[in-house]
Design a protein around this ligand. Structure first.
Ligand SMILES: [Zn+2]
Length: 110
């Protein structure tokens, strides 16, 4: 930590800045936040708010997976409908089956 940066950080903290729980995305250093303005006290970079990675809530990631599965299911149903080859039909059915199993698992653990 350079002297100038620690001085700046101390000044910011005195003015009511808070320590950020999320570390700097560049150097994993400690950052202080004031008025939506974050400053890393290790490397001095000021990444924009949108650069801070946000953890996707569990619920959201689950519904997304469900959406993907439902989408896949529609594609497979269409394929099955148009498929004339019996062997391929069986393959598609297998995929649909495993999709259904996965969907069931998701629904059982909300
Ligand atoms: Zn940094």
């Amino acid at each position: 930590m350079s002297k100038d940066l620690s001085k700046k950080a101390a000044e910011m903290l005195l003015k009511g800045a808070t320590l950020l729980s999320e570390s700097c995305p560049y150097c994993k250093g400690v950052r202080v936040m004031k008025d939506g303005h974050a400053l890393c006290i290790s490397c001095g970079r000021e990444p924009e708010k949108k650069d801070i990675p946000k953890n996707i809530p569990q619920q959201e990631s689950k519904s997304t997976l469900k959406e993907i599965l439902e989408k896949k299911m529609r594609v497979l149903s269409k394929e099955l409908e148009q498929e004339k080859n019996h062997e391929k039909q069986q393959e598609i059915l297998k995929s649909i089956n495993s999709l259904l199993e996965t969907m069931e698992k998701i629904n059982k653990n909300p």
